[in-house]
Design a protein around this ligand. Structure first.
Ligand SMILES: C[S@@+](CC[C@H](N)C(=O)[O-])C[C@H]1O[C@@H](n2cnc3c(N)ncnc32)[C@H](O)[C@@H]1O
Length: 382
């Protein structure tokens, strides 16, 4: 075991907590496993993404992803009337690679837009912030690294808040359907000291009950899934930092009817280690990634409750193809094989294009845009 291995400390800490407090809510277990300030999976180093890490993201495919996001951001900036000062806030920026790809492309696409841009990254974990500082050294003049997005709220600017594969990394509850309704699954410690699923408790928390209410009932007994109730708390400080703007979330997930489909009896909780997926999230806390798909309807509803308007919900393939239209047209007759390879991976339905989705929302935006009927229908929101 490596000298800096976190497992003994984190496992001991979680065992002690269970001994004192009793079985843990899974979201508390996941929060510690991923984000414990010293021993959490993301706190220990910044090499989780990419070939030498545990999983790939769209960023690992190459710089095209960031350059297409930059096109979408410039289009927003132009439609917003080219504000002199504006802000992009990235959440879950990991080691800063996506930010560097976006900033390099923004310089090429529109130096005028970059002139008044503040690119802010909210990152509470010191090792990730150090990695971001190093990666983004060439762009230091416009980059602002913060521990908490609330630090921006005293000076809101027009702009964009976005993240790629951050919502799936937010801790979730595990819920189980029983004859008398939904229960919370809790984590205990077995006689052999391994973590195990322990007792379940009926859901009584009003916020959790409200989040579960739209699912209705009649699921197969023992049906398990995940529930995140923290989207509002995640979005609120970002919105407070923007006087108006665009929210963009890219991730794997579904709209609610597909997420909680009765046939998906064991939910979407997965672990990743060395590019291998497994389904025991209680194994080796701090050593492996834990993730669950995103219920995009819940994200949209939380944002609507805070005053946002949903604009679109598409799979990544269709969203990126729309964003890339001008770039694709400009390439006609002189195709770049490497960039087209990246585009195919990002958009192909059997690769990242089908599993991933993009959700866009407007915030304090004077433009009279509203979600298309198709987007509202797919998100199952009114
Ligand atoms: C899967 S990684 C994201 C990878 C990166 N965006 C990419 O596309 O390659 C998830 C990241 O989200 C970060 N994260 C989780 N919760 C967060 C929060 N509340 N605010 C900001 N970042 C968060 C984690 O620290 C981790 O770096």
């Amino acid at each position: 075991m490596a000298a800096d291995s976190a497992t003994p400390t984190l496992e001991r800490l979680l065992r002690n907590r269970i001994a004192v407090e009793g079985p843990l809510d899974f979201s508390g277990f996941m929060a510690a496993a991923l984000y414990h300030p010293e021993s959490g999976y993301y706190a220990r180093q910044a090499r989780q993404v990419g070939r030498g890490g545990d999983f790939f993201t769209s960023v690992s495919v190459g710089p095209l992803f960031g350059s297409l996001l930059a096109r979408r951001f410039v289009r927003w900036w132009q439609e917003a009337g080219c504000p002199q000062y504006w802000r992009i806030i990235e959440s879950g920026a990991h080691d800063g690679t996506l930010a560097a790809d976006i900033l390099a492309a923004l310089w090429q696409l529109s130096p005028a837009a970059v002139a008044g841009l503040e690119y802010a990254i909210a990152e509470p974990l010191p090792r990730l912030q150090a990695a971001q500082r190093e990666t983004l050294q060439p762009f230091a003049a416009c980059v602002r690294l913060l521990a908490d997005p609330a630090e921006l709220a005293s000076q809101p600017l027009p702009g964009i808040a976005f993240g790629n594969e951050v919502l799936d990394a937010l801790p979730c509850h595990v819920v189980e359907w029983q004859a008398d309704g939904w229960h919370l699954c809790r984590v205990g410690c077995a006689a052999d000291r391994r973590f195990c699923w322990d007792s379940v408790l009926p859901v009584t928390d009003p916020a959790q009950l409200a989040a579960l209410a739209p699912l209705g009932g009649g699921f197969p007994l023992g049906y398990r899934s995940e529930l995140r109730t923290g989207f509002g708390g995640f979005l609120a400080p970002l919105l407070a930092s923007l006087s108006s703007g665009l929210l963009l979330w890219l991730d794997y997930g579904f709209a609610r009817p597909e997420y909680y489909h009765p046939a998906r009896q064991q939910g979407t909780l997965r672990t990743f280690s060395r590019h291998r997926a497994a389904d025991d999230p209680l194994h080796a806390p701090g050593e492996i990634d834990i993730t669950a798909h995103v219920d995009f309807t819940a994200v949209a509803e939380s944002a609507i409750a805070l005053g946002c308007r949903p604009l679109l919900f598409r799979n990544q393939g269709s969203w990126l193809t729309q964003v890339a239209r001008e770039w694709l047209l400009a390439m006609e007759g002189r195709p770049d094989a490497e960039l087209l390879r990246q585009f195919a991976m990002l958009t192909h339905p059997a690769q990242l294009g089908g599993r991933f989705h993009a959700l866009e929302l407007a915030w304090n935006d004077p433009l009279p845009a509203s979600p298309s009927a198709a987007d509202s229908h797919r998100l199952a929101i009114a």
